[in-house]
Each structure stands twice: as C-alpha cells, then as structure tokens.
Design a protein around this ligand. Structure first.
Ligand SMILES: *Cc1c(COP(=O)(O)O)cnc(C)c1O
Length: 216
C-alpha cells in the first residue's frame, strides 16, 4: 500500500474512533517498518505486536512510540516484555506474570487480563470464572498495574455476545473487590479487531486493535 493510502486510512479511522472516544492500537505485526514509520510520523503513538522478539526489535528501532504486547507469551521470553513493552494485554496466568514482573525496572508495567470469554478449548485467555482470582493475584505484584480486560471474539461465533459478556464481567469486578483496592483505577476494555471493532465499540470498548483495516 502507498504511504498516501495508508495515511488516508489512518485518518479516516482516527476520526471515527475519536468521535467514539476509543483509542487505536495499530497492530503492526504484518506491516513493514516503512508503514510503521509513516504512521509514527503522522502521530500514531500506540502499536501492537504479537511476538515478543518482534516487539523488542521494534521497540529498539522505534523508541519514540509505545509498543504493546498482544500475543501469547512463554516464560522464557518474559524479559522482552518486562523490558520493552509499554503495556501487556495478554496476561493469562500468574506464573508468566511473575516471570515478566521480575524484569520490570523502575516503573509499573500496565497489564490487561486476556479472557477466553467463549471458553473455547484452544483459545488463549483465562476462563471467566478464574478472572477474579487472577486479578487479586496480579494486584499483589508491585511491578504490575492491572488496567483492564482484553478478549478476542471467536472466529465464527457471536462477537457481540462475547464483548457484552466481557463488559458485564468488568462491571461485576468493578463493583466488587476492586473498589477496596489501593489505587486500582477504572478497569478498561480492550476489544475489537478489524472485522468486529464497530460492534466492540457499541459494547463499550475503550481500545480497538486494528491490523488489516489499517495496513491492508
Ligand atoms: C493480529 C491481531 C489483531 C489484529 O487483527 P486484524 O484482524 O488484522 O485487525 C488484534 N488482536 C490480536 C490479539 C492479534 O493477534
């Protein structure tokens, strides 16, 4: 795609998202460096990568913007996330979270819990019933700061039902133990991809993750 076309797509999406007060995470995992540079120069500040090494490489190459980790993570790659991620959206279990926390220096790393809302056996994320326990455990780790919940809609399933279920879970959690917590702000929702982001926005998303809608 030409730079002009990319810039134009970005502008159109930004104005749509701005009207809805939703933030854009530009998922650059399949995009070349020139495309990243183009959007960076245009003013895009948040980019998402799904592989830890790619995130590190791009964070080193483009230190002026924020690099968000959105993919599955194994413990042996924890240092890339602890050191280079601006935010980690795909926390699934406490052991990996502790491994990442051990590499965080002089800051708190914002994290989101990825929830397997549809409870699909091969999907990533924590089961709905386990989110509350994981949330409590994460809040005991000083190097991490829980910012919210993330999900992916099932490929052939009901995206709206999935997003709505995540919002309801967030509302229940916010009304419960969180209120008593030291400094836990409002829990945000990161949901919606290129094929379903408008539905996600209608269901209360705060940040959408767009790859193909942006980069083609
Ligand atoms: C790749 C990816 C996206 C972006 O997907 P598109 O359909 O290209 O917008 C969003 N979220 C996650 C977790 C991804 O891995």
């Amino acid at each position: 795609m030409s730079k002009e076309k990319l810039f134009q797509r970005w502008q159109v999406l930004c104005s749509e998202l701005e009207r809805a007060h939703v933030r854009l995470l530009a998922v650059s995992k399949y995009a070349p460096d020139e495309a990243v540079r183009c959007l960076m120069n245009a003013g895009q500040t948040d980019f998402g990568e799904s592989r830890p090494q790619s995130l590190r490489d791009r964070a080193l190459r483009f230190p002026g913007v924020h690099w968000h980790m959105i993919g599955p993570l194994q413990k042996n790659k924890a240092k890339y996330i602890g050191r280079y991620a601006f935010k980690w959206h795909s926390v699934e279990d406490i052991e990996t979270a502790k491994a990442v926390a051990a590499h965080v220096r002089d800051r708190k790393l914002p994290v989101m819990i990825q929830v397997n809302v549809a409870e699909m056996p091969h999907q990533h994320g924590t089961d709905m019933a386990r989110v509350s326990v994981l949330l409590d455990q994460l809040m005991d780790i000083p190097a991490l700061q829980v910012h919210g919940l993330m999900c992916m809609a099932p490929k052939d399933g009901d995206a709206r039902a999935c997003f709505r279920a995540l919002r309801h879970l967030r509302d229940r959690l916010a009304g419960g133990s969180l209120r008593r917590d030291r400094n836990a702000g409002e829990l945000k929702l990161c949901m919606g991809m290129s094929g379903d982001y408008r539905v996600a926005i209608e269901e209360g998303s705060n940040m959408v993750r767009l790859g193909s809608a942006l980069f083609g």
